[in-house]
Ligand binder design. Structure first.
Ligand SMILES: Cc1cc2nc3c(=O)[nH]c(=O)nc-3n(C[C@H](O)[C@H](O)[C@H](O)COP(=O)(O)O)c2cc1C
Length: 193
């Protein structure tokens, strides 16, 4: 486990939906019974304001899903442009067949002392710890998982005072947006109306 990253700053829960509003690709992480894992997910979304909730689709073939179901917790975090290859790699390899996939692909984990049940991935722009709201029908029929956001943080160089600062922050803190076939877009310029 690694130390808390620099610039790791709490985000008020009533602003946490803004971390996902721009549609970033996320990394889903979880741990259970001594096993930690993380996978990429394009299908993650804000669901509600108060208490804040999120959805994420976790295919039955993923090892991460089993850890979410076992522990009742998961984290969503937003990888940055320098993490594109890592994001593709941990979204291609499965811990079911490659148990050391995180080490192989250079994923560094840390935890916030208040939320030791949620492994977090270093290098991301923002992190949300979510407590699973069990909905067995949705999970089985649609692979759809709902979580209540119980803690959130962002790198304060790129998200401050409830707003993303992509226009002025270092370019390497831009978030990734997945298309297909290993192609991502980095978040672009803001358009304010
Ligand atoms: C960019 C990207 C986005 C992905 N989005 C999702 C997703 O939303 N839901 C999902 O179940 N799998 C998604 N995947 C596939 C999983 O990340 C992949 O099955 C992964 O190997 C599962 O790892 P695990 O078995 O170690 O948990 C995505 C893969 C990539 C590369």
């Amino acid at each position: 486990m690694h130390a808390l990253p620099p610039h790791f700053t709490a985000v008020p829960l009533d602003k946490s939906y803004r971390l996902l509003n721009h549609g970033p690709t996320v990394i889903v992480s979880a741990q259970h019974a001594g096993e930690r894992n993380a996978m990429s997910a394009a299908w993650a979304c804000a669901l509600d304001f108060a208490p804040p909730k999120v959805t994420v689709v976790l295919d039955k073939a993923t090892r991460t899903r089993a850890l979410v179901e076992g522990s009742g917790f998961f984290a969503l975090q937003l990888p940055t442009v320098p993490m594109a290859a890592l994001t593709k790699a941990i979204g291609t390899a499965s811990a079911a067949t490659m148990p050391d996939k995180l080490e192989r692909h250079g994923v560094q984990l840390f935890t916030d002392p208040a939320w030791p049940a949620a492994p977090l991935v270093s290098g991301c722009a923002a992190w949300l710890v979510c407590q699973l709201i069990p909905e067995p029908h949705n999970q089985q029929a649609y692979d759809l998982f709902i979580g209540e956001v119980v803690a959130a943080w962002a790198d304060d160089r790129v998200f401050r005072d409830g707003h993303w600062q992509f226009d002025t922050a270092p370019a390497e803190l831009r978030t990734l947006h997945y298309v297909a076939g290993g192609q991502f877009y980095a978040i672009g310029e803001s358009v304010v109306v």
